[in-house]
Ligand binder design. Sequence first.
Ligand SMILES: Nc1ncnc2c1ncn2[C@@H]1O[C@H](COP(=O)(O)OP(=O)(O)O)[C@@H](O)[C@H]1O
Ligand SMILES: [Mg+2]
Length: 476
Amino acid sequence: MFRTLRSRLLLTYLLVSSLVLILVGVGLMLSLVRGPLGSRLVYLRLHELADRITEDAALRLIDLEPARLQPLTERMNTRYGVRVLVVDIRDGLIADSQRNSAPLSTLSPRSAGSESVEGEFEDSSGETWRFVSIQLNPSRTLLLAAQKPALRVIIFLGSELLQPLARIGILALITSIVLAWLVSLSVVRPLKSMNAAMRKIAGGRFDKRLPLQGSAEMKEAAQAFNDMVERVAASQQMERDFVANVSHELKTPLTSIQGYALAILDGTAGDEKARIKAATVINTEAQRLHRLVLDLLDLARMDSGQIKFERSPVEPGILLTNITDKFQIKADEKGVVLEKHLALLPVIVGDGDRLAQVFTNLIDNALKYAPDNSHISVSAQVEQAQITVKIRDFGPGIPEKDLSRIFERFYQVDKSRARGKADGSGLGLAISKEIIEAHNGQLFVESTPGEGSCFTVCLPIIQPGDQTLNRPRKKV
Ligand SMILES: Nc1ncnc2c1ncn2[C@@H]1O[C@H](COP(=O)(O)OP(=O)(O)O)[C@@H](O)[C@H]1O
Ligand SMILES: [Mg+2]
């Protein structure tokens, strides 16, 4: 019951319109009973009675003595259904058909002289009476008083009002149904088409998008859904690319391992020298496979949040010095000068091995791409609440269009060129970025093609006790 939007709308409209009608009805009744309209009706009736009384018996009251006046007023009360009082200019109230509730105020009709005058008084129980007075003779005044609009009047007027109210009610009912139908149409129709489109998308049609239609909220919802689809599609694409890349990266070394192993087996690598060469290639390629698999495992574990980063004090100065020292022989071979500009650095908190992995990869890249006899600078300084490490080379640089992509998994600027460098798989920077971001730091690159590249690592100087590093990171 009332589960569809349409029936709910209808219900609301009906409730609202009947509530309004009831309020209007009650308000009208109340104003009849309490308000000026009610007292106006009382006066009208009293005036009408006053006219009739003046025309008949009332005139006989003029000279009656008070003792006989009283029963007369009581009879008139029964006949006309109003309270009848007689006021004498000297003796005050001399007869009252309802003596049990005596008037509190002195009853002096405001303008003696004129035919009939209206007024109000309060009786001993606090009820308000409305009266119309008739000047009987210069000293006596007859008052006709009534309390409220008579019930008859209210019922009569009420039934008069009820009919138009009922008609308005029916009109409101019809309008409600039409409005509910129209509004629900404007909401339900786009919702339905949205639903249909969503089902298609959920079924795997990631090329489909929801149409932006309906109310502003609907458009917003559709837009949000579309954004989500886009991300899901992108992540699916990434997954596919990832698998393709992994297979490709595995295939190349496996092919050469197989080729050289075969050469040993079938005797193509006949002499000792050829066999040693084949075995060496097999060994290098196996090592490369090993590194690749380790990198992939690393990434997978970082993705699933399985890796807990150590939180121990790390001395960045010592860390950087050790790593550059390790590259010294390789640099000497190329005639490259490794320059260090390390300011006095504070101890930071983090995972030393993982940070070493990042700087190793960055320096390894720089050395890989630096031309012979050039130089590489490794500098570090403290800036605000972080330390900034820059690794700069004067190699070929990275083209603008690749800059934003080199942190993607397997991305290599020039596949053939990188492949020539033998050991690259394009995972190093992706892993480095993960590590730095897990340290709440930043890793970015600036590069001018032909002039060189500069990789910057910013690491916050973390307060001991800060728990941020241990938070498992979820990725979309
Ligand atoms: N210092 C550099 N100079 C020029 N290109 C670089 C430099 N460092 C990285 N790159 C580019 O970014 C790509 C990704 O680097 P990386 O993730 O370390 O993978 P890999 O070193 O295995 O190729 C490299 O293949 C290379 O094209
Ligand atoms: Mg690398």
